[in-house]
Structure formats: structure tokens, C-alpha cells
Design a protein around this ligand. Sequence first.
Ligand SMILES: N[C@@H](CCC(=O)N[C@@H](CS)C(=O)NCC(=O)O)C(=O)O
Length: 210
Amino acid sequence: MKLLYQTHSPYARKVLVFAHEVGVARDIEVIHHETSPTRRNEDVYAQNPLGKVPVLLRPGAPPIFDSNVICEYLDTLHSGRRLIPPQGESRWQALRLQAVAQGMAEAGVAYRWETVRRPAELRYAPLHDGYADKLSASYDWLERNLDDTAELNIGHISVATALSWLEFRELPGFREARDGSRRPRLGAWFDAFDARPSMRATPLSGQTHD
Ligand SMILES: N[C@@H](CCC(=O)N[C@@H](CS)C(=O)NCC(=O)O)C(=O)O
């Protein structure tokens, strides 16, 4: 299989960390692509009409995207414990966590448009304030709700890869709240997760090209 990837995408890295965790990473050839809505990448558009990575190319089968769907697929390729719980409350908790992580990454991307990516004269301050609010509220929610005793699941992988990217891009931080108070549970949980071999094997690097 080939994975259309980006070394600075939280979504692409989520897929690759997932692949490492379920033991299928060795079956995947990683191919870096630069993507941006302002710079069309024909190779990516040829596989995904949204022009986004990650995309998984499978021999003799259609390409699949996005990161959520690729992880669902990879979870069918191994005989170990499923990292996307198939049923019951654990499924809804894991998918809810994934949804928060996806939203944090989306808010982070949007915040960057309003702070560094869009030409200065086109930026709209109330929007970046609004996205910062979403990040702050999500961090607080995770500090209260992240179940660090639950078995590893897609939600944890999604949150860790999103937080890692938010920190890499120096976006509003998760370790400290705006009033200066710490988020000790979230910080400790992230640091432990970040030491996993799957995270060490997939470092973030590079700049966005718009
Ligand atoms: N919902 C998608 C989001 C993928 C995404 O936004 N990828 C970014 C890279 S971080 C991209 O390729 N953006 C190009 C664009 O927006 O045109 C997923 O979870 O895979």
C-alpha cells in the first residue's frame, strides 16, 4: 500500500501512528506531498477530489480517505485487539475523543490562516479569537474528561497527534490555561504518549507551502 502523506499534517500522522500501533506500518510506503487549497497538487487530486492528504492507495482497489476512514480500514488488517472498539460505550467514547481531536486540528489550521497564512490585510481578528476559544475549551474538556485508564484506542492516537501538531506549530498551548493555571493531567498524559515508539517513528517536520 502507498500512503499519500505530509510530514507536517496531523491527520496524515494520525494514520501512520495508527499503522505502527496495529503493526501494519511495514506494509505501507509513505509518499510525502505538499498540499494547500491555494496550490493545487494534481497527484493528490487524482486520488481524492478534495485535494487533501492522507490518502491510502491499495493494490487493485480504489483509494480511500480521509484519516478516519483509513484508520477504520487499517483496523481490519490485523488480528490484534481493535483500536476502534466495534461496539458498546467504549466505541462512542473513542469516536467522541477522535471528533474532539479532529476539531482541534481543524481549529488550529483555521487559526493559522488568520494569523500567518492569509495575507495580513485579509486576516479577521474575531475569527482567530473564535478558533482560540475552541482550542482552549477543548483543552479544558480533555483535562476533565480524558480517561487515561482506558485501553489505547483511536481517540488517544487522534488527540496525541493533534496536540503534538498544535505544539509544533506554536498555536495556543494546551499545557497552560489562559489564566496561567496548568493542565497537569493532559500534559502528563501527552508526554507519556509522545514517548511511544509510534510517535518517535513519525516526527513532524517542514513548512506549509501556500
Ligand atoms: N478530514 C481530513 C482532513 C485532511 C486535511 O485537511 N489535510 C490537509 C493537510 S493537514 C490537506 O491536505 N489540506 C489541503 C487542502 O485543504 O486543500 C482527514 O481527517 O484526513
